[in-house]
Structure formats: C-alpha cells, structure tokens
Design a binder for this molecule. Structure first.
Ligand SMILES: [Fe+2]
Ligand SMILES: [Zn+2]
Length: 364
C-alpha cells in the first residue's frame, strides 16, 4: 500500500513528547519496546539522551561551495543506497547485482564506513581490491561519503585528532582517477540530476565536533557551512526537484547510534532546523547497521546493513519500516521521478523485503 504525502512533522518537542508517551503506547500497533525488568530504566535513558539539545556550531567564513557533479538528465533517477560495507564489500553485493540486472540503476550512493576498521592509508592500499572486485564492476558511477571508520575512528590525544593505524581519509578522494567508476570529487559535493539533487556531506567533523580542521578535512563549523551552501545551491536552482541530503551519521534512527553516544547524537540532531528550512525531503545515512525508514520532516532513511548487520534497539513510533528489530543484511533503492519517490528495501540476496514506500512531492 503506497504511503501518500508526508506524515506529521517530527519536531524536537513533539518527538520528546512521543518518547515520554511510550509507556502508555507500548501496545500500539507497530511499536516494539524493550521488555523485562530493565525496560523502565532503558526507556528513561533513551528519553534523556533523545531529548538532549545541542546547538549548531557558528558559521565559518571563507568556505568554498561544494562542487557540483551532474549525474543524470533523464526523467527518472534510480539510486542504490548501501552503507557500512567495509568488511570487504561483498556481503550484499550479490543482491545488488541481482536488483541491478532486473532493473538497472543509474548510480550507487555509498554511505560511509567503506573500509573497516581503519579506512585506507593510500589510494593504492590493498583494501581497494574489495571495491574493484565488486561495486566497480557494475559499470555505473559510485558516489561515496566518508564514515567514522574511514577517518580511522580518531581519538583526541595530545592536542590533535589521531586515527587508528595510519588512515588517510583523503586517499579515498585521490582514488577517483584510479578505481573504476569511483567518483569522489570532494568530502562534500552536490549530485544533480533532472529530478533530484543530493548533497553528499562529510558528517564526521560534525559528529566528532572537530574544533579545528582535522585529518585533511573540515572543522565542524566548516562542514556545517558546506551543508548550508549546498542547501542554498538547491534553493537557488529555483525549481522543484527532490532535495536529499546524504551523509554517514544518523540523525533519527532506532538503532544504537540513534541514541548513543548522546554528544554525537545531539550534534547531528542540531542539523534538523537547517534541513527543514532548506525544504529537504529526505535525509539518507548509514552508521547504524540496519535498514529503516522513519516518517517526518524530512523523511529519514538508514541503509547501513551492507555488512555486519546489528539488531535495532527499539522501533520509534514513526518507523515505517521495518516491523521488527531483527538484524538483517540489505540495502535500499530510490526511484525518483519529477513527482514521486519510491523507497524499496532488499536483503543481501536481492529479495524485496516489503512493498516499496511511495511518496508524492510536496509543493514548497
Ligand atoms: Fe559502520
Ligand atoms: Zn559508522
């Protein structure tokens, strides 16, 4: 059954009220809460972390706008969205191949944590063979963003952010001319097609709260400013194309990272007003190793079970998919036209997991 239009807006206060009301709604259709003697404490912890407020960092000056990648000019745009495939890129690839054979996609959005556990050190790192042997063979553009593991899960020590081993996030950009179909022009960039624009953003500086440029990339302020510029470029397009923001870290999610660590969650949640003011239709991410679609303004799509799937913590009231918290491999496919956006979920073998969710475009 298609879902028409957009469900009620999630705003911070109503979201927190919804969480506070879960005790009374624990038997409501589609709501699954932790059971057993620990659940009151667990829900209290969830509410406290979910309602922590964080402000956006102040605007940064002198930030260059993200480069534009013209991706497609056709009347439709079909995108495979897969995240967190960094244990070798093969876990769901058979399913991606099957779906692409049955109905060819235009491109793959790669949602970060592309290499576990410590990114790659160079553009010729042996780890690249995993991409060359899988996604590169599809013959369509691969548009990535960086995840926290691509940054080498940095720790702040002795005055600077230090990655595990010798991870170099910039190596993934330099691989653009070396790895077939890998298109990574900048840590944040704007993908443009005839029916939609996707701001591919580097969320690690924001999620970690980098106070200064680190590991060859932005500070948190600069990364937010680049997102602000990308949204303003979408607005200046002056048309009514779908507006999507894609990054690695979650903003709203029923998985572990939708709640913890609360500092990271608060910094990501602080992006919401910016997304809403910009008329963003969909926020797309990985980081939580599961698949989820949450209604709201914007819609939230998590596609992070490209490898090492994990069970979700507890479904939110507004979760449209899935209906349970079991772990599952998989990926999502977006089909966009001028007026409709379909979101479909597939498992690692390419089996459709639910009837696709179809949304009609709102007027701005
Ligand atoms: Fe991950
Ligand atoms: Zn991650």
């Amino acid at each position: 059954m298609p879902v028409e239009g957009f469900a009620r807006e999630i705003n911070e206060s109503s979201f927190c009220q919804a969480r506070r009301g879960t005790r009374n709604h624990r038997h409501a259709k589609g709501v699954i809460l932790p059971r057993g003697p620990l659940w009151p404490a667990a829900v209290a912890a969830i509410i406290l972390s979910a309602c922590a407020a964080t402000r956006l960092p102040p605007p940064a000056a002198g930030v260059a706008p993200p480069p534009i990648v013209e991706s497609s000019v056709g009347p439709s745009w079909r995108l495979i969205a897969v995240g967190d495939f960094g244990d070798g890129a093969a876990s769901v690839f058979a399913g991606v191949v099957r779906v692409h054979r049955e109905h060819p996609a235009d491109a793959v959005l790669i949602l970060g944590d592309n290499f576990y556990p410590c990114g790659v050190a160079t553009e010729t790192d042996p780890g690249w063979s995993s991409i060359r042997q899988t996604y590169s063979t599809l013959g369509i553009p691969l548009y990535p963003v960086l995840g926290n593991h691509d940054y080498g899960e940095p720790q702040f020590r002795e005055g600077s952010w230090q990655p595990c081993r010798n991870a170099d996030p910039s190596a993934q950009l330099r691989a653009t001319s070396l790895v077939p179909n890998w298109v990574f022009p900048a840590r944040s960039y704007l993908l443009r097609s005839g029916v939609a624009e996707v701001a591919m953003i580097d969320t690690s500086p924001i999620a970690y709260g980098f106070g200064a440029p680190a590991l060859g990339g932005d500070s948190a302020s600069q990364a937010v400013e680049r997102l602000r510029l990308a949204i303003s470029m979408m607005q200046q397009s002056g048309d009514n194309r779908w507006r999507i923001v894609a990054g690695h870290h979650t903003i709203v999610s029923s998985g572990f990272h939708g709640r913890m660590p609360s500092s990271e969650r608060g910094r990501m949640r602080a992006l919401l007003p910016l997304l809403r003011q910009g008329g963003i239709d969909l926020y797309l991410c990985g980081h939580d190793h599961d698949l989820e679609l949450v209604s709201g303004d914007p819609l939230f799509l998590v596609s992070g079970s490209g490898s090492e799937p994990r069970p979700m913590v507890a479904l939110m009231l507004r979760t449209l998919f899935p209906a349970d918290t079991r772990k599952r491999f998989g990926f999502a496919v977006l089909d966009l036209t001028a007026t409709t956006m379909s979101v479909a979920f597939y498992d690692g073998k390419g089996e459709l997991l639910a009837t696709p969710f179809v949304f009609t475009k709102r007027q701005r």
